[in-house]
Write a protein that binds this ligand. Sequence first.
Ligand code: IMP
Length: 197
Amino acid sequence: MKLIIASNNKGKIREFKKILEPMGYEVLSQRESGIDVQPEENGTTFEENAAIKARAIYAVSKSATLADDSGIVIDALGGQPGVYSARYGTPDLDDEGRTALVLKNMQGVPDEERTARYVAVIHFIDENGNEISVRGTCEGRIGHEPVGENGFGYDPIFIYGDKTFAQHTEEFKNSVSHRANALKALAERLSEISEGK
Ligand code: IMP
């Protein structure tokens, strides 16, 4: 049975394959599936945006489909960047520019108020159209300057334990991340369903 991932990100596809192939799915990236839909992600929650992406692909393919939506939620910024993580600030900003903007907007915020979390929501639709939505989070703090070379996006300013995500190895990050936790939740839900619970 085919399962289409609404992404072409190799790292994400690898992680999704690990849990979905043992369940009998042949996992394809969106590009491999030949489906060219790019719906507007105009939801106001991670759940809505993940559902928009998954439903757009399912509507065309009628194959099992999985989409994810993720971002960083910073308490001192009232939950921003949140669902706007990939486009925080002005459109000309890159990852570095968005990270610098977060630090600027958090100037003067004391350490104990610099709490934040990464959030990932996975929306899965099976071949019959049944839908499952799961959420994973990863708690951390925002540093005062970017540190480390690994990862992407906000990783150089996201402190997990005593280091930033950009200092931790990819392997460690992938074992504790929001996406890892969402994937664990999905694997649990799917096995409950297959056991008829
Ligand atoms: P998307 O879910 O691929 O649309 O990603 C949303 C945005 O959230 C990314 O462009 C990043 O800015 C941010 N983000 C999500 N997950 C991570 C992560 O693991 N590290 C750093 N930034 C992330």
